[in-house]
Design a protein around this ligand. Structure first.
Ligand code: MG
Length: 361
């Protein structure tokens, strides 16, 4: 079943409210969309957000990498020899993980449709539903408390609280949220590389001493400081999750070998898609290192690809897939069912998104 077309488009969706982390503020999803076509007319869809501050990818670089290098390398190949197709894509251009992720998920979508099965079943079929957390953006404390209470009222039992901009002030910030939501809500803290090693140890220890019961702390220090990540991981009881430090399977090996985190956050935009993410799942399973499935500011299309992987693999025990709930509107039809914090998989083949309202060129 030959791949006969690779088309590039764009989609823009307003966010319900601005998304703020230690690194950036975003008000709209503005993503590149890919459509691959097989000789029987079946199509697969993929999506990539230009997250320049994290992956280095811009809208222009994603479009160019797909149009000039990836598409010529995979056109005419057999979609059912998917490992060969992925190898050709990987060899076509170095880096460019977001471009590769968009094409990778479109190919897996098409592969699943040709085989007539949902992707989550084909990749492992571990769980038919799971719970996602929801992000609480960095803001003045009263607003973060109000946002947390609103999320709990909407049914969320896991909050992912963005911190890292004000060092020690993050202790009373988290304490205020814990006091407001009570003991039964799980709190994940994401510093997005915003703390120093010494501050991290002091802040996390203080949160432990105050009994704030933090489930995990994500990426406390800069991505490249694996030595610092290891020092923090060894100094505190709270589990440390590596996000920006782990892009590739090789990064996952390094993190595990150095004891530089307790947990790994897999995002398709960092790995370059599902094919490489599966390798991280394999490595993590071998060492018993549980993974979280995360996303960038993606719409339901790319988040659904991540949801399929999350549902497929037992080692992916946590989900941070709140992209669709952050968007003001849902322009897609089909895909997994997003019911507040619960993501339910279904029997639609491939990723399951039926219509993608993007302008393709
Ligand atoms: Mg993160």
């Amino acid at each position: 079943m030959k791949i006969t077309g690779v088309h590039i488009g764009e989609i823009g969706i307003p966010l319900a409210r601005p998304f703020k982390t230690a690194l950036r503020t975003v008000e709209r999803v503005e993503d590149v969309v890919v459509r691959v076509t097989a000789e029987n007319g079946m199509t697969g869809y993929g999506e990539a957000p230009p997250t320049a501050v994290i992956t280095g990818d811009t809208k222009g670089s994603i479009r160019c990498a797909i149009r000039d290098l990836i598409a010529p390398a995979i056109l005419g190949m057999d979609i059912l020899a998917i490992d060969q197709v992925m190898e050709a894509m990987d060899h076509s251009v170095k880096g460019n993980t977001s471009a590769k992720a968009a094409v990778d998920m479109a190919l897996y979508d098409l592969w699943g449709k040709v085989l007539g099965q949902p992707l989550w079943r084909l990749l492992g079929g571990y769980r038919p539903s799971f719970q996602t957390d929801i992000t609480i953006s960095v803001n003045p404390v009263p607003q973060m408390v109000a946002d947390s209470l609103a999320a709990v009222k909407d049914g969320y039992r896991i909050l992912k609280v963005k911190v890292g901009k004000e060092g020690m002030a993050d202790i009373p910030r988290i304490a205020a949220i814990r006091e407001a939501v009570g003991p039964d809500v799980s709190i994940r803290v994401d510093a997005n590389q915003g703390w120093t090693v010494k501050d991290s140890i002091r802040i996390i220890s203080a949160m432990e001493d105050r009994g704030l019961e933090i489930e995990l702390v994500e990426q406390p220090v800069p991505a490249r400081d694996l030595e610092g990540m290891a020092r923090i991981t060894q100094a505190v009881y709270t589990p440390i999750l590596a996000d920006e430090s782990v892009f590739s399977p090789a990064d996952a090996v390094e993190i595990i070998r150095r004891g530089a985190a307790d947990l790994i956050n897999i995002k398709l935009m960092k790995t370059g898609g599902i094919h490489e993410a599966l390798k991280i799942c394999g490595i993590a399973s071998l060492y018993g290192v549980e993974c979280m499935m995360g996303c960038m500011l993606e719409s339901k299309l790319a988040v659904s690809a991540a949801a399929h992987l999350c549902a497929a693999k037992g080692i992916v025990t946590r989900a941070d897939l709140d992209g669709p709930s952050l968007c003001a509107v849902d322009p897609y039809q089909g895909g997994p069912d997003y019911d507040g914090p619960t993501v339910r998989m279904n029997q639609l083949p491939g990723i399951g998104i039926a219509s993608v309202p993007a302008e393709f060129t």
